[in-house]
Design a protein. Structure first.
Length: 433
């Protein structure tokens, strides 16, 4: 593994390196040293000069080949810090590290496009700054940052436009698929939350033993499994599996985990994946309740900032990993976050604890189904309609007469409308109960 030193500066307080360590390890680095500083940002090197010298000494002593900053570094700060470090040592900031992880995990065309878009959004302001300074100073390059190419800025903008167009076409296809699923009687439930909160484990617990048929043209993108690993960003794309929740057919979708302090350009690059959350009928916001209260509160705020921007579906907070806390600690944390999560459901996805309460809450929060009675004339196509209703709705009663069939059922509004349309083709008489 590549040896790395992690570094962080904060304006005040104590700099925590826990998350950047986790991120570095998720990217495959072996963290062998750390350097922190509490002071205002130095425009030239981010760190003060003395701390930059300490960083260089730590790199030499630990024989590291990479330095990872848990901050955003400007191009000039990167250059100046690089001059302090031993030759050949690579310098990454928080966002280049995250993009590296995303690039490693991107398996689908959609995920790869979103990573490429994020990388271009990151590069664009740096290309603009390099072009602007080179023009002003009439230099072919700036402080060793390399030759500038005025056309590069336009190239990036053209690539961003191309990727946006392709992602929009993919999203239109996925939106059509979501609507077909709803028409087929499925409720769409999205699992959201901070990365490593246990969303994939919970998905596996709630899903039925068999997956939706991947050969079914309604569900060509459904994955056969959802990985459960103690690792950040295991789920970069989306994983969808079917669940039977109190007689209702539900499609559960696990999405990329949130992470704190993401800039707008990075969140916007993954808008297409987040649409699986924004367009759901219900969002389960999964939280790791074993963490300290302040961390839970901060992560809830991060998730709310993203979810409430565009989401219209109900949001249920799920306090996961209750197997790692006792009842007293759970109650204390529940009270401490009550303003952000007024009525959470506490479960353990790993141990399968209290899932019945979660399923009951899912049913309670999902859109109400409609009750309907159809009187179908007896034709050669009538039994196919009855069979279809058994597949797509909860059929309470079927009465067979000499000339007609009366079906009482309950279903999603979209399925009721489709049933009425199919019944009308038979010349049926409909009547809501």
């Amino acid at each position: 593994m590549t040896r790395a030193v992690v570094a962080k500066r904060v304006d005040s307080g104590t700099a925590s390196l826990e998350e950047i360590r986790d991120l570095a390890e998720a990217a495959g680095y072996d963290v062998v040293g750390e350097v922190t500083q509490t002071r205002k940002e130095d425009p030239a090197m981010h760190f003060g000069e003395g701390k930059a010298d300490e960083l260089a000494a730590t790199v030499r002593a630990s024989d590291a080949s990479v330095v990872i900053f848990d901050n955003s570094l400007g191009p000039y700060q990167t250059y100046n810090l690089g001059g302090k470090l031993p030759e050949g040592v690579e310098l990454l900031d928080r966002f280049t590290l995250i993009l590296e992880i995303f690039g490693q995990r991107a398996q689908t065309r959609k995920a790869q496009l979103q990573v490429e878009l994020a990388e271009l959004r990151y590069e664009l302001p740096r290309a603009e700054a390099k072009t602007s300074l080179a023009k002003r100073d009439e230099h072919p390059g700036f402080m060793g940052l390399g030759e500038y190419d005025e056309s590069r800025e336009q190239d990036i903008k053209n690539q961003i436009s191309r990727i946006r167009d392709e992602l929009e076409r993919i999203e239109q296809t996925e939106q059509s698929r979501r609507e077909r699923r709803r028409q087929s009687g499925f409720d769409l439930v999205a699992l959201a939350g901070y990365t490593n909160a246990g969303k994939s484990t919970l998905l596996r617990r709630l899903a039925v033993d068999h997956d939706v048929d991947e050969n079914d043209d309604l569900h060509p993108d459904l994955d056969t499994t959802a990985e459960s690993q103690n690792q950040l960003f295991t789920t970069l794309g989306t994983t969808t599996r079917r669940a039977d929740v109190d007689g209702r057919d539900v499609l559960l979708t696990d999405t990329v985990g949130f992470i704190s302090d993401l800039p707008h350009w990075l969140v916007e690059s993954f808008k297409s994946t987040l649409d699986s959350v924004y367009r759901a009928d219900l969002v389960l916001l999964v939280v790791d309740v074993s963490e300290d209260v302040e961390a839970i509160r901060e992560k809830l705020v991060t998730c709310h900032d993203t979810l409430y921007e565009r989401n219209e579906a109900p949001i249920v907070t799920v306090l996961n990993k209750t197997d790692l806390v006792d009842d007293r600690e759970l109650e204390r944390k529940r009270e401490a976050i009550s303003a952000l999560a007024p009525n959470p459901v506490a479960v353990s996805g790993k141990e399968g604890l209290n899932l019945e309460a979660l399923e009951a809450r899912i049913v309670e929060e999902l859109p109400d189904w409609q009750r309907e009675r159809l009187v179908l004339p007896m034709t050669e196509d009538t039994m196919s309609v009855v069979s279809w209703l058994h597949d797509e709705a909860n059929v309470d009663d079927v009465e067979y007469g000499d000339d007609d069939v009366v079906v009482d059922f309950e279903a999603r509004p979209a399925v009721v409308e489709q049933a009425r349309s199919r019944a009308a083709e038979l010349g049926a008489v409909e009547g809501a109960v």
